[in-house]
Design a protein around this ligand. Structure first.
Ligand code: C2E
Ligand code: CA
Ligand code: CA
Ligand code: CA
Length: 279
């Protein structure tokens, strides 16, 4: 038993060392990626359930490392947040999405919003609002074309200041969506205080809804609650027609998910928009 205990300790140390080295490697990789611009944005169409048409897109970050290949944002965003690189990366995302929505909207006027994911650290930067204003001016973009996606995690520290920043952003005419709704805590309180226009129901609910009446009841209630508060509802991660039909019967406003379209690179996006598919 003693030997096993000792081995376990060794094992843990080894795992920790591995994790540490992986983190360290990824941080170095991110530094290079920033320097050589190994990032790009892909855009996932969102479908209005009334018209069946795409009116908005979510910008999603992609990183292709020259040797490691594609790395999922679910993996590198947390490292970018811990190392502080998220500020530079987030700045790049903001500028690229604003520049690209300008060009998309000019060619396809019915695309009237791009949703941009913003992390807590970015929002807490003193210059964030100033930077937004500067970029909108630089690219002559109407603030109505921009939506900022936040999650409840932005409130873990410094909630008051973040709230002020969000109010300022709303005041500029930019819309704000609460992402991944239902996965965090104290959600009802956030619905009460946040200056949002939209709620995005997390895909973990949508993907369990087909055969689970309890999940259906939760989703229906979140939709009604959001509507009563004057918010739009986006259902994320819709993969099947059955999910789509259920969400439609429950009065959801917008769906996003592989059933409608996967996230598209620039070329694919133009092909999609030239001949927009309806649901
Ligand atoms: P998210 O904001 O919840 O984005 C939605 C994720 O769900 C995307 O993953 C998208 O590709 C995926 N998805 C969309 N439809 C479906 C579906 O029908 N089924 C399934 N299984 N998945 C679907 P992605 O692009 O890998 O991004 C993962 C997360 O990384 C995002 O989750 C977001 O939290 C973060 N992220 C992505 N881009 C950015 C960014 O520019 N800035 C920041 N701060 N975070 C980002
Ligand atoms: Ca999002
Ligand atoms: Ca989400
Ligand atoms: Ca998420």
């Amino acid at each position: 038993a003693k030997a096993a205990g000792r081995n376990r300790i060794l094992f843990f140390n080894y795992e920790m060392k591995e994790a540490f080295e992986k983190q360290h490697m990824m941080e170095q990789g991110l530094r290079e990626a920033i320097k050589h611009n190994h990032f790009n944005l892909v855009y996932q169409p969102q479908f209005n359930l009334k018209t069946g048409r795409t009116e908005s897109l979510e910008a999603l970050l992609r990183w292709r490392h020259p040797e490691w290949g594609m790395i999922s944002p679910a993996e590198f965003i947390p490292v970018a947040e811990e190392s502080g690189y998220i500020k530079e990366i987030g700045d790049w995302v903001l500028e690229t999405a604003i520049r690209e929505i300008k060009s998309i909207h000019q060619e396809y006027v019915h695309i009237s919003a791009v949703a941009i994911n913003v992390s807590a650290l970015q929002l807490r930067e003193a210059y964030f609002v100033h930077r937004l204003k500067t970029l909108l001016k630089k690219y002559q973009v109407n603030p109505g074309l921009i939506e900022i996606e936040i999650t409840e995690s932005i409130f873990i520290e410094g909630g008051e200041e973040v709230l002020e920043t969000l109010k300022e952003i709303r005041g500029m005419g930019i819309s704000i969506a609460l992402d991944d709704f239902g996965t965090g805590y104290s959600s009802l309180n956030y619905l009460r205080i946040l200056p949002i226009n939209r709620v995005k129901i997390d895909r973990s609910f949508v993907q369990k809804m087909e055969n689970d009446t309890r999940v259906q009841a939760i989703i229906k209630s979140v939709i009604d609650l959001s509507h009563n508060l004057g918010f739009n509802i986006v259902a994320e991660g819709v993969e099947t027609q059955k999910q789509l039909l259920l969400l439609k019967s429950m009065n959801a406003d917008v769906i996003q998910g592989f059933y409608g379209s996967k996230p598209l690179n620039w070329t694919q996006l133009h092909e999609f928009l030239k001949e927009p598919q309806t649901l």
